[in-house]
Design a protein around this ligand. Structure first.
Ligand SMILES: [Zn+2]
Length: 426
């Protein structure tokens, strides 16, 4: 997930009990933190922040390009096992560490995606300067994975037994063409038991994603015979056709409300400067608060590609040398969905916010939470604490100052929805 960080975090001292009979959510948060084991887990973070930072740097330095998360997954599996969880890697490549609850028939998933947007060969060495770390992927999602490990450690340290089973998941395929395949597999495999999912993505504590932004990714491909720039001049040119079609597409009007966006993110093709290319392709990401607008934009892209091909064929001097072919393919789609305003998961998050003295705003975004939300399963995506920026760029940074706020917030949210076993049922 890419996000611009404009954080105004109100950090106040933890408010334990501003008792009000009309504040059941706070009562819930307070009760939870009155439990000595929950207290012990909450207290684990502050003295262990440098351990968390070290794990974040170590994980970030293991490359995890799209579809190549295996090495990072193996390291996370080892760390979850060290924390005392039963850890395994599923067929999709997800790491799953299980903390068995009293009620094994109900599951809460805590997930952080392992993959980055960066291709193999990217320099992922972490540069550290005080609490600040710089490296591609350090925040998205080094901070989420580090938080996942910290949460697992904290609950094990406190010998916490949840009511519902908690699965700590490092999932694959969140970014780009991964098309959320890791989370799709998790939801598929545990669907009957899955009650809620908490996704840890990126840094910060200022937001909670409760609405899943629907998106589609498309690829347009135009092919032709190809030839020599001089001797075959006038032959239809796939790049020309693609450019003609692209110019039409970027002039498509999209509504501000429902907010709808498009981005030509990649364009490639051609053989050399003095060759008429035999193919050209582009990749487009479209997003909208409305599925109808997505469908409209997808049709617009097809129409523009057809028109681009037609314009190029019409202006070609020599059509006898072959014609252009085109196709537009759906590379992936992320379904939309929304968390109900009265959902217990949102109440757990609000109680956690109140406990740590945090204020967060609700957001719509495209994250791993899209999959459970689209199926009516409660899910949110939150930042893992600290601060970060430059997501998806080589200048990506993360500052761990204050990260324990985010860790405590995540822990209380998770335990709020999983429940904690009372001492008798342990
Ligand atoms: Zn992310």
């Amino acid at each position: 997930m890419k996000r611009a960080l404009v954080c105004v975090i109100l950090l106040v001292m933890p408010v334990r009990s501003v008792a009000s009979p009309h504040a059941p959510r706070q009562a819930q948060g307070s009760r939870l933190s009155d439990n000595p084991r929950v207290r012990a887990a909450l207290d684990w973070f502050t003295p262990n922040i440098s351990w968390v930072n070290d794990q974040q740097a170590r994980i970030t330095e293991i490359p995890a390009p799209p579809f190549q998360e295996a090495q990072r997954a193996a390291a996370v599996k080892e760390l979850l096992a060290e924390a005392g969880l039963t850890a395994q890697i599923d067929k999709a490549g997800n790491v799953i560490g299980e903390l068995r609850g009293v009620n094994e028939k109900e599951i809460v998933v805590v997930a952080a995606h392992l993959d980055t947007v960066f291709p193999p060969g990217t320099n992922v060495k972490v540069h550290r300067d005080g609490s600040r770390m710089t490296a591609p992927g350090i925040s998205d999602n080094g901070s989420g994975v580090a938080a996942l490990l910290a949460l697992a450690r904290a609950v094990q340290f406190a010998h916490l037994k949840p009511q519902r089973t908690i699965l700590f998941v490092g999932d694959v395929g969140e970014e780009g063409e991964g098309n959320l395949r890791g989370m799709r597999a998790i939801v598929d495999n545990y669907r009957a038991k899955l009650k809620a999912a908490v996704v840890l993505d990126g840094s910060g504590t200022e937001h909670v994603t409760t609405k899943a932004l629907a998106s589609r990714r498309l690829e347009a491909l135009i092919t032709g015979p190809g030839g020599h720039s001089w001797s075959d001049f006038g032959m239809p040119n796939p790049i020309n056709a693609l450019v003609r079609g692209s110019v039409r597409f970027i002039n498509t009007k999209v509504p501000a409300n429902p907010r709808t966006t498009f981005n030509i993110g990649q364009i490639e093709g051609g053989t050399s400067v003095n060759s008429i290319p035999h193919e050209a392709r582009l990749k487009v990401d479209i997003r909208s608060e409305s599925e109808d607008e997505l469908t409209r934009l997808e049709s617009a892209l097809r129409e523009c590609v057809i028109a681009g091909v037609r314009d190029e064929m019409e202006s070609a001097r020599d059509r006898s040398k072959g014609k252009l072919e085109w196709k537009v393919e759906l590379l992936g789609s992320r379904p939309g969905g929304e968390l109900a305003p009265d959902s217990p998961l949102l109440a757990a998050l609000r109680a956690a916010d109140e406990f740590v003295g945090n204020q967060s705003r609700m957001e719509r975004s495209s994250t791993d939470a899209n999959i459970p939300l689209s199926m009516g399963i409660e899910a949110i995506s939150i930042g893992a604490g600290g601060n970060g920026g430059g997501s998806h760029s080589l200048q990506e940074w993360y500052d761990s100052a204050g990260r324990e706020i985010g860790l405590k917030r995540a822990l209380l949210t998770i335990l709020g929805i999983s429940g904690v076993a009372d001492e008798k049922s342990r």
